[in-house]
Design a protein. Structure first.
Length: 53
């Protein structure tokens, strides 16, 4: 099992690097709902979980 936990504070940096890995069956996004769902459009993953506040 491999678990990677990475925090980005800049969405442009995240968009540039998020899909640059051979792993990534699941993604978890914590943040504002609209922003998290918008970000989900960029993620190449099989499962997306959003924890919004």
């Amino acid at each position: 099992m491999l678990l990677a936990f990475v925090v980005w504070n800049d969405l442009d940096e995240l968009r540039a690097s998020v899909n640059d890995t051979e792993y990534g069956l699941a993604a978890y996004v914590f943040g504002e709902l609209a922003e998290a769902l918008h970000l989900g459009e960029y993620l190449e993953t099989q499962y997306l979980s959003v924890d919004w506040r």
